[in-house]
Design a protein around this ligand. Structure first.
Ligand code: GCU
Ligand code: CA
Length: 728
């Protein structure tokens, strides 16, 4: 081969490569190892901090000197991120409204650049603690003269480029920021990636993203608003309408497992950056937002407002300090877990009984280990949630270790005797013996009345949540399961794509989830008869269940009559996508523990002088009963243990063989909780009755005393039963 031919081949190859690079999407990986740190993270800390952080500086050097003089240290930010149990930092300094400063010694003139390498120091300090740093980049020159000062220096940049470039226009600014992307890539191999606010046509026409991926394949790229598979993450800055206010963002633009970041401003009032004010941090809202996104493909970015010297305002410091201890206590339920009830199995999250709401998490290393996070407790002492086929073998309160009474039936797990709710997140630690009664994905043949190309019915039962059946915008539409042979059928489980809103946000942003459905069964796959079940599913995130009267059949047909989206949303109207669906042959075996009251015999308690322990009237428990003197002030006192502070039901067992009432004051820990409570005649001294009331108990030892208020003294007292927080 001549040198000339070789040169020509190399040229053709290079051209081909160039064309490929330009025309193919930068990359379209749904999942990639470079995203691992994000997937395993609890969340991130987002810091808006720059030249316009109060007190606003127009002089770059003065700002830098005040940053350093103010005691800026990268370790401080790393520590604050760790207090929030987050694993990455996003630094928003090259920010349109904060003065476009670059906190590194840039060789590119055009906006403020520091001599000290704040970015490099942060990357190094974060790396030392196993955290990543992500750099925010803006696309937008429109705030170039924000506050009456010109922040961009077109003349200096033009001189550097050897031609005139207007940094205040989108193209010129796109070129300037494009150069900065490359400078950062050259300088910081350990950067975690870029968090890009929107998009710039210059970047697109110059194939920026493909080059980032080529040059730094370990960087992640996140885009605020742009829903494109080019990016690792799609972010939602301050656009996350939520119901309740800490629930998952209502819109997840791209179906999981693509990563979504929800950027929450942590003091929910005030500016996104420090303006001199120190708004209070709403603990419930903030912790709720962090916890609802734990382990999910939606990452919570906690946006705080660093001051010039890097320190955070007092309320945010106080919150971070509180969050540290608070989350330490439930660490195993937030670290190394996946969000439950979605892609990874797990108990169903969402809206539960009696006004309760919360999420569940599943251990990444033990799929049988689950956590229930109750963010809004029920108004009753019972919590019920769908068990998703898991047979529960034990429940404890993760914070206190106290055993919790539970029962399971009909696909529902009920936790009973609950109280003493944590104000932000009561966490139950649930052990299970795995899932039962589910026909595995490999054992049916799937078919559908309509399918989009590449998304046939088989994808709805291939055990892979990344593949899905698409109805090709057809409704009504049927998805059929052929079980191969007749089997007992009890319910259908459905995981729809998590890529539409939970609530219709507008005429053009509606839920694509199943609304009305019918279920048919057939033995021959030809004769279906009338539906065995018709119903309506709510538009809610997570796993959905359709129960049917148990029957034995070979074929099951789920007919989706319609979906929630109205025709005004042309993207989602009639769109139906199911990741995975399955048949439940039976509910998880009923089990559980029955709460038995804790019994405290009167004869083992303390009692007033002159009392006797008698046994002459039958029907008592223990070894006898206490017969107090017939006098005002006669008493019996029990010492009662409680694992938690709670409100508990107690029963005082007594007999009064007279026809005159013998009222008692009931006091708990010295405070009368029921004054002159009636203990009327029971008919005879051998007829025992319970006087039941609810009393407040503190964690640890409590005294419960009954004191006679009449001259007849107390009735005969047998025992005190205290509602157990659980099972004994
Ligand atoms: C009777 C009865 C006692 C009871 C007493 C009373 O003596 O046998 O058990 O305590 O009346 O009136 O208090
Ligand atoms: Ca699938």
């Amino acid at each position: 081969m001549t040198r000339r031919l070789l040169a020509r081949l190399v040229l053709v190859g290079a051209l081909l490569l160039g064309v490929l690079t330009l025309q193919s999407p930068a990359r379209a990986d749904l999942e990639h190892p470079r995203q691992d740190f994000l997937r395993s993270s609890v969340g991130g800390l987002f810091l808006h901090w720059g030249q316009r952080t109060a007190p606003s500086h127009t002089s770059c050097s003065q700002w830098e000197s005040d940053v350093t003089g103010g005691g800026w240290t990268p370790d401080y930010w790393v520590q604050e991120a760790q207090k929030l149990h987050t694993q990455y930092l996003v630094l928003a300094t090259f920010h349109s409204r904060l003065g476009y400063a670059r906190p590194w010694p840039s060789k590119i003139p055009g906006s403020c650049s520091t001599k000290r390498d704040f970015l490099g120091e942060l990357i190094t300090a974060a790396k030392a603690k196993g955290l990543k740093t992500i750099l925010y980049m803006t696309d937008d020159p429109q705030w170039h003269d924000e506050g009456g000062h010109e922040w961009l220096d077109s003349a200096a940049y033009s001189k550097y480029k050897g031609r005139t470039v207007d940094l205040t226009g989108r193209d010129g600014f796109g070129e300037f920021s494009y150069d900065n992307f490359f400078e950062v890539m050259d300088r910081y191999p350990d950067l975690g990636g870029f968090w890009i606010d929107n998009d710039n046509a210059y970047w697109e026409s110059h194939n920026l993203y493909a080059q980032v991926y080529q040059k730094r394949p370990n960087y992640t790229i996140s885009n605020n608003n742009e829903d494109t598979p080019i990016m690792d993450m799609i972010s939602n800055e301050q656009k996350t309408g939520m119901s309740p206010s800490y629930d998952y963002p209502q819109a997840v633009y791209t179906a999981a497992p693509r990563l979504v970041e929800a950027d929450f401003k942590l003091p929910s009032t005030g500016s996104w950056w420090y303006t001199g004010s120190d708004p209070a941090v709403d603990r419930k809202l903030t912790l709720g937002r962090l916890i609802t996104n734990v382990g999910s493909s939606v990452k919570a970015l906690m946006a705080e407002t660093a001051m010039v010297g890097g320190r955070l305002p007092g309320n945010q410091v106080a919150f971070n300090n509180f969050a540290k201890g608070y989350l330490d206590a439930i660490a195993e339920s937030v670290h190394g877990t996946e969000g439950g009830g979605y892609l990874h199995g797990g108990l169903a999250p969402g809206f539960w009984n009696d006004g309760s709401h919360g999420v569940t998490t599943v251990s990444r290393t033990d799929p049988d280990k689950h956590y229930i996070h109750v963010l809004t407790p029920p108004s009753t002492s019972t919590l019920r949630l769908r068990d998703n086929g898991y047979r529960v073998t034990g429940v404890t309160n993760l914070r206190t270790g106290a055993p919790i009474a539970y029962s399971q039936s009909g696909g529902t797990l009920s936790l009973t005797g609950l109280g003493g709710w944590d104000p932000y997140d009561t966490v139950f630690n649930v052990t299970t013996a795995g899932r039962e009664g589910i026909v595995p994905a490999s054992s049916y043949t799937m078919s559908a009345s309509a399918s989009a190309g590449g998304h046939g019915a088989a994808a709805a039962a291939d055990g892979d949540y990344r593949t899905y059946w698409d109805s090709n915008k057809t409704t009504p539409v049927s998805l059929r399961f052929d079980l191969g042979s007749a089997k007992r059928v009890q319910y259908i489980g459905v995981n729809q794509r998590e890529d539409s809103v939970s609530y219709a946000r507008s005429g053009t942003e509606q839920s694509a989830r199943i609304r009305d459905y019918r279920v048919y069964v057939s033995n021959d796959g030809t004769t279906w008869g009338s539906p065995v079940k018709t119903g309506t599913l709510p538009s809610r995130r997570g796993v959905a269940f359709i129960d049917i009267p148990a029957t034995t059949t070979r074929h099951v047909r789920l007919e989706v009559v319609n979906t929630h989206a109205e025709s005004s949303d042309s993207t989602r109207y009639k769109r139906l996508r199911i990741d995975e669906a399955w048949i439940g042959t039976a509910y998880a075996a009923g089990g559980g523990t029955t709460p038995t009251p804790n019994r405290y015999e009167a004869e083992n308690g303390a009692y007033s002088t002159g009392s006797t322990v008698d046994s002459d009237h039958t029907g008592f428990t223990g070894t006898g009963f206490v017969n107090t003197p017939n006098a005002v002030g006669a008493y019996v006192e029990w010492t009662v243990q409680s694992a938690t502070a709670r409100s508990a039901s107690i029963a005082i067992r007594y007999a009064n063989g007279t026809t005159t009432g013998r009222p008692l004051d009931v006091s708990v820990n010295g405070t009368v909780v029921s004054a002159g409570r009636a203990f009327d005649g029971t008919g005879s001294w051998t007829t025992w009755a319970d006087s039941i009331l609810t009393v407040p108990l503190t964690a640890g030892a409590n005294t419960v005393r009954v004191t006679a208020t009449s001259a007849n003294g107390a009735p005969n007292l047998d025992h005190l039963d205290v509602e157990a927080s659980c099972c004994v």
